[in-house]
Design a protein around this ligand. Structure first.
Ligand code: HEM
Length: 464
């Protein structure tokens, strides 16, 4: 059977065109099958009209009135809008402080020469509980029974050479995923675990502004399965992605201690003047805490936890290009032709977000200062999404949780850095920490200890 070669593009105009026209470029089959397995019938698996309807429904169900709005206006804003996230920052601070207290308690009783925490595990649990408490008004961590244990194990989907190879085969021949195989079984396990949590959330979370009660209202009482699919999608989308960017940032701060010191200095000086906790308005204000903002922007650029976007050409068409290319026959073209069924692969993390052609010769390096010293080349403005990065996608499938992710990143990172110093453990070889695509997001594992699942062991020292 003839198959068109995959089109791989990092051209800003081409990516924007493909993402904007989701009716011409739906998700590819392999991605859809994974999404349908894990988040059945949710917004993630829909296309066209149904996608628009469900996205509106999910955003609508996220509608949340801040206290001010409830008291003084008839307007409500979305849960993930900046004013609503501000109110929810209390929840995020509370969770971050709980984690810090737990680490402090363990550190005090530890007799080890250096105290090592699995940062990946702690942040993963924290982020899942954060989205659950904020969006679903339900604390998974405080729940009784198996859900709490499931949360601790969530995302422990170990990868090995076989699963990586099989994933490549399944991308080429999607129907094979209907047969039992380690990759599909892994996804089924993931779905079962997330679904179990979503089920518990559904059963027990009963608050006026909880996502599920609005969802139920929007889709009807008899649509429980669809609602559970959406809750599962939100739990996943709101935790895996944000957690892993925070985890990888903490790792970067141990590799580059001068960045960690500089960031901590900015935070401690701010706290000395203004007190704790740092108000959300200051946290998100780039002029109040400019280095924190620069570290976040650099993390979102270099450490995109969803490393690429994938679509499939639904029709025969031409995709416009920002930068002309020379074909193998020598012809220079301003657009590229695709055939129906042709896969389109758009690398974000190792592509448009870090391309030397756009970001300059030091594009791959983690340098937060670039956001402050005016050295970002003007050409990045050809990427016409907020922040000029594709980390949150583009077009109708653009991320709903950007503002929430910003709040979570800044609150969790600042709370950790104000309490602890993060160091490379003497007992661990830093070169053995590998960040790679594991299941849906980029995660760390320790080389040789893959069976233990995602892990980032780091030494922590309590600050005096
Ligand atoms: C740093 C954190 C995050 C990253 C890197 C991220 C990344 C993405 C990306 C790349 C997409 C587009 C996927 C595509 O076009 O195929 C997306 C969509 C989405 N994200 Fe996020 N996300 C993050 C945080 C969140 C949070 C916190 C939530 C929820 C609270 C969320 C909910 C969603 C939803 C509902 C969609 C829409 C999917 C669709 O329309 O099909 N995300 N996200």
């Amino acid at each position: 059977m003839h198959q068109e070669p995959v089109l791989v593009t990092g051209d800003p105009k081409a990516i924007s065109y493909v993402c904007a026209n989701d009716d011409l470029f739906p998700r590819n089959e392999a991605t859809k099958q994974v999404l349908q397995t894990v988040f059945p019938n949710s917004v993630f698996v829909q296309e066209g009209e149904e996608h628009r309807r469900q996205k509106k429904l999910v955003s609508g169900a996220f509608t949340y009135e801040t206290r001010f709005e409830k008291m003084f206006t008839r307007k409500s804003s979305t849960l993930l809008s900046p004013p609503a996230v501000q109110e929810l920052s209390d929840i995020l601070y509370d969770l971050a402080n709980q984690m810090v207290d737990q680490w402090k308690g363990e550190l005090e009783t530890s007799t080890d020469a250096e105290y090592i925490v699995n940062v990946q595990k702690s942040i993963q649990v924290l982020a899942t509980d954060a989205i659950s408490r904020s969006a679903l008004a339900y604390s998974i961590k405080d729940s009784k029974g198996p859900v709490k244990d499931l949360l601790a194990r969530l995302g422990d989907l170990e990868d090995n050479q076989l699963t990586v190879f099989l994933q490549l085969v399944l991308n080429k021949i999607p129907w094979l995923s209907k047969l039992p195989n380690p990759v599909t079984l892994r996804w089924f396990r993931f779905r079962a675990e997330l679904g179990y949590i979503a089920d518990d959330v559904w059963e027990k979370g009963v608050l006026n502004h909880a996502f599920h009660s609005r969802l139920l209202e929007a889709i009807g009482q008899d649509q429980r399965d669809i609602a559970i699919g959406q809750i599962t999608a939100i739990l996943f989308a709101g935790s895996e992605t944000t957690a892993n960017i925070i985890v990888e940032t903490v790792h970067k701060l141990t590799v580059y201690p001068h960045i960690q010191d500089k960031l901590r200095k900015e935070l401690t000086e701010f706290v000395k003047k203004q007190g704790m906790p740092i108000p959300y308005a200051d946290l998100i204000n780039p002029t109040a805490l400019p280095y924190l903002d620069a570290v976040m922007k650099e993390a979102l650029r270099c450490l995109a936890s969803v490393p690429h976007l994938q679509r499939r050409a639904g029709v025969r068409t031409d995709i416009p290009l920002e930068f002309p290319i020379r074909l193998s026959n020598g012809k220079v073209v301003q657009e590229i032709h695709v055939e129906p069924g042709q896969d389109i692969f758009m690398p974000v993390r190792d592509g448009i977000n870090t391309s030397p052609e756009l970001w300059g010769p030091e594009s791959k390096k983690f340098i937060p200062e670039r956001w402050l010293d005016g050295t970002i080349p003007k050409i990045v403005e050809t990427i016409q999404v907020p922040g000029h990065i594709l980390t949150f996608g583009d077009g109708p499938k653009y991320c709903l949780g950007r503002a929430f992710a910003f709040a979570e990143f800044k609150i969790f990172l600042s709370t950790m850095l104000l309490n602890f110093e993060f160091l490379t453990p003497q007992s661990e070889d830093i070169n053995k920490i590998i960040f790679h695509l594991s299941g849906p997001a980029v995660k760390p594992t320790v080389k040789g200890r893959e069976k233990e699942g995602p892990a980032l062991p780091l030494a922590i020292k309590l600050l005096s």
